[in-house]
Design a protein. Structure first.
Length: 387
């Protein structure tokens, strides 16, 4: 039995690692420990409760206004102490967060093999997304095994001269998580009914657009141009938008500046004009209700990597509000397209998808290139063979 420790800190990591953790804990080939760095502490609680995962170690790093350096120092110190006290045969990390990179670095210092899930994503620009592009490339340098979600991500690693025998195309574990939640929603009329009630303000006669914007490299003018585009889009009679607003103060400041009276909060008392707003704002939404909303949406506008992967499995066209994406597979498959970070071009692109039934049909029916829901099983079998 091999001792492995799974490390995560943000909600996207936890979502993609949750099905892996559950399967690993029931796999007699492994003794599985879980470490939460607490990088997104409050956002993790409902998710971990839903999947019934209790971390064995909690570094509790979340502090107001912390910098990337603060997070790095905390993960470094905390995981160093854990690896000193407990013999591990592997450290499992996912994606491209600061928690992922620093955990990989400390594992390397302790000469513990690093298993990198979602390896090989590349945008080609070290500052976009920032700091994720650096984090995933640096994690790759110390990883022993690279679990790539797609063939193009494998090819990225081969171009960087990683050994072919250490790279495996497994699909994305985020699709495993999505299918788990979809099944639970299908099997639980009470859960669906509770979400129907929560979001009863949405007008079923309008095209519902779900929006998330939070990327650090878009702070300032690019994000404000996107928000201006959303305001312009909301002037259409046939649409309404719901925007779960990221907690980052810079995102909030831009939203307050641009949206003003055009938007209405849903979770700060009962809206005075329920059903009349076309831009609804709300606090960040937990993963399970967010899946419900994705499934209900007509169109999704996002700069989130995870949403780019998940929405195609639900048949939802995605407009990616970024200059570049490290998930070109979605663009090539036709499930997604980049939307410019400039007000007029933003509105023109969104309107084209909304108004052209053939474009909408092609995007909604394109096959998801990111997986079939069996990535975790593949990864565990490979780890059992290679460790």
């Amino acid at each position: 039995m091999k001792n492995i420790i799974v490390v995560f800190g943000t909600r996207p990591e936890a979502i993609k690692l949750a099905p892996f953790i559950l399967q690993a804990k029931s796999d007699r080939r492994f003794r599985t420990y879980v470490c939460s760095t607490g990088q997104h502490r409050e956002m993790l609680k409902p998710l971990l409760n839903f999947f019934e995962i209790t971390p064995d170690f909690d570094l509790d790093l979340m502090k107001p206004g912390q910098s990337l350096a603060d997070i790095s120092i905390g993960v470094m110190r905390g995981l160093h102490d854990i690896l000193n006290a407990h013999k591990m045969d592997a450290v499992v990390v996912q994606g491209d967060t600061t928690s992922c990179f620093i955990a990989s670095l400390i594992a390397f210092y302790h000469k513990v093999p690093v298993m990198h899930i979602e390896a090989g994503l590349r945008s080609g620009d070290i500052y976009s997304p920032y700091p994720e592009e650096f984090n995933r490339k640096a994690t790759g340098l110390v990883a022993s095994l690279h679990f790539s979600p797609t063939e193009p991500s494998r090819e990225n690693l081969l171009r960087e001269h990683y050994s072919d025998e250490d790279i495996y195309v497994t699909g994305n574990t985020g699709i495993d998580a999505l299918f788990t939640v979809i099944k639970k929603l299908a099997d639980s009329p009470e859960l669906r009914a509770s979400f129907d009630k929560t979001y009863s303000f949405l007008n079923p006669k309008k095209k519902f657009i779900l929006v998330t914007v939070h990327r650090r490299e878009s702070f300032g003018v690019p994000m404000e141009e996107v928000m201006k585009g959303l305001v312009a889009l909301s002037q259409r009679e046939d649409v309404e938008l719901l925007i779960p607003l990221h907690m980052n103060p810079q995102v909030r400041a831009s939203a307050e500046k641009i949206f003003g009276d055009h938007a209405q909060w849903i979770d700060k008392g009962t809206p005075a004009h329920m059903g009349q707003s076309r831009i609804w704002l709300c606090e960040p939404i937990d993963y399970v209700p967010f899946v419900y909303l994705m499934n209900r949406a007509h169109l999704i506008i996002t700069d989130s990597g995870g949403v780019q992967e998940e929405a195609p499995s639900l048949g939802k066209p995605i407009l990616v509000a970024r200059k570049k994406t490290e998930r070109p597979e979605a663009i090539a498959a036709g499930t997604s397209k980049l939307i410019p970070l400039e007000e007029k071009a933003f509105v023109d692109t969104a309107s084209e998808v909304l108004d052209n039934p053939e474009i909408y049909r092609r995007m909604s029916q394109a096959k998801n290139p990111f997986g079939d829901g069996k990535a975790c099983e593949r990864i565990l079998n490979i780890m059992a063979e290679r460790l």
